[in-house]
Design a protein around this ligand. Structure first.
Ligand code: NAD
Length: 463
């Protein structure tokens, strides 16, 4: 394989081999000869693969989900915001998908974008990363570059990924490490994904890419590889520093969202409109960044990632109190929503038990087709538990089946005849909804997102 890539075999066995292999790879990236593997063709991996094909790289997407592989190879898409036409363009530019790991040997750069969820005890579940590492290792060759993008605790790349790759490859290869030159080296780095789904104000290539290599040459390679598709690359000193950077960003969001959620609860008691207050505070040109309250945290990142750090912190007898407190407040928000619905119905002399409730929007945030960890799921379950007759509408989900933590088996109801419901509950403020019309046609609207801002009506309860 190395011969077919034009890399003389002798280079692998000389002491300066590590540097030579890295400059070979740099040249291959610059000339677009380098072959890029993206492992995990989900919300992160697929857009990344498309960015590389746009820049004329030949990309192979690896996934264990055969349906995704088949869909991509047939020119189709399974992510709403990526059109089949984009996939077809990428396919003619060299994108292919496979579940066949031996093809890893043909790749130059291997970027891992697999899930990192929590298990039932709220602990990191690294099984997707370890399974990927076990699958890659037997096909690893000198000079290849492996980058982990999955969000995880500091130390994962060095303590979990690298040992599997080193112990299970067939050629006695070692990862290139700081200060050590290795003749049979592969390169390793961590680079966090920073995508903000649904955000159309920042182009993906304008989001600076943080990279931390296990070795200076690996950082250099990461800067070259990502520099091909991102406008700015930010280097940090190690994979652990890059892992921690991502967690800091998400913990910052999680804690600040908890803060405004708590202040919202207080404001409601005090008769103040928290959104008005946040908007006013946001006019300060320095020292304040607005965060907005909601019905609870959702998505694959903010509700999950902070607990990766709290778990790891215990190894140092350290208790991450801000994370725990933020978690407590945010996890409590769906219960606040239920209490608000109960209160609103009660003021109309109705019980929740037996009431017809329409949940509007179930995605975890506006205008996206992602249901993971959505607070709407908890809210629907809690409403049903209290005896409500629950229907839902969401433009992105014709049905809600079974997930890791729920099994609702519901079909979307048409957005019509809203007067039949005792309560219309806005959980996700999709922009295609006509809120004035919804208020006009409904008997009672409970709004968890301030979607009805500016609509003055006795029927609206903001919570
Ligand atoms: N979705 C986001 O907005 C976002 C943003 C920043 C960071 N992240 C992080 O990126 C990582 C991936 O998230 P995602 O949203 O793309 O997840 P996803 O579930 O959408 O995609 C992951 C893909 O990996 C595949 N997969 C699982 N195990 C595999 C294996 N052994 N080999 C090959 N494929 C495998 C799955 O089939 C799936 O298609 C996570 O760590 C997440 O925390 C996600």
């Amino acid at each position: 394989m190395l011969r077919s890539l034009g890399i003389p075999f002798e280079i692998m066995t000389t002491p300066a081999a590590s540097a030579t292999l890295s400059s070979q790879l740099t040249a291959r990236i610059a000339s677009r000869q380098a072959r890029v593997a993206v492992i995990g063709m989900g919300y992160v991996g697929l857009p990344l693969a498309l960015l590389y094909t746009e820049e004329k790289f030949r990309v192979t997407g690896f996934d264990v989900d055969q349906r995704k592989v088949d869909t991509l190879n047939a020119g189709g898409s399974y992510i709403f915001r990526i059109s089949p036409e984009e996939i077809q363009r990428a396919r003619s530019g060299g994108l292919t998908a496979t579940s066949n790991y031996p093809q890893i040997a043909e790749m130059d750069a291997i970027i891992i974008c697999v899930p990192t969820p929590l298990n039932e005890y709220h602990e990191p579940d690294l099984s997707y990363i370890t399974n990927t590492a076990h699958a890659i290792a037997p096909h690893l060759r000198a000079g290849q570059f492996v980058i982990l993008e999955s969000t995880t605790y500091p130390g994962t790349t060095e303590e979990v990924l690298v040992p599997i790759l080193e112990n299970e490859n067939r050629n006695g290869l070692k990862a290139a490490r700081k200060g050590q030159s290795s003749e049979n080296a592969f390169y390793v780095a961590f680079s966090p994904e920073r995508e903000d789904p649904g955000n159309t104000s920042v182009a993906r290539r304008d989001i600076p890419k943080v990279v931390g290599g296990l070795d200076p040459l690996a950082s250099e390679l990461a800067a070259v590889l990502y520099g091909a598709i991102f406008n700015r690359v930010v280097r940090v000193s190690s994979p652990a520093a890059a892992e921690m950077t991502k967690l800091l960003e998400n913990i910052y969001r999680c804690v600040n969202i908890a803060l405004v959620n708590e202040l919202k609860l207080l404001s409601l008691r005090m008769g103040l409109d928290i959104w008005e207050v946040i908007d006013a505070a946001a006019t300060k040109p320095f020292g304040f960044q607005p965060f907005y309250p909601g019905p609870g945290l959702g998505g694959h990142c903010i509700p999950v990632d902070p607990f990766y750090l709290s778990w790891k912190a215990k190894e140092w007898d350290f208790h991450t109190r801000f994370i725990e407190l933020a978690g407590e407040i945010n996890i409590g928000m769906p219960y606040h929503v239920i209490a608000s619905v109960v209160g609103a119905l009660n003021r109309r002399k109705k019980a929740l038990n037996g009431s017809r409730v329409l949940v509007l929007g179930v995605a975890y945030k506006r205008d996206i087709d992602d249901l993971r960890e959505s607070p709407a799921l908890t809210i629907i379950e809690l409403l049903q538990k209290e005896g409500a007759e629950v229907s839902y509408h969401d433009p992105f989900f014709p049905m809600i089946g079974k997930g890791r933590k729920y099994d609702l088996q519901m079909k979307r109801t048409p957005l019509e005849n809203l007067g039949q419901y005792d309560c219309v509950l806005i959980v996700t403020d999709h922009s295609e909804y006509d809120y004035p019309k919804i208020v006009q046609e409904s008997r009672l609207v409970v709004d968890t997102r301030n979607a009805t801002k500016g609509i003055e009506s006795e029927k609206v309860v903001r919570c």
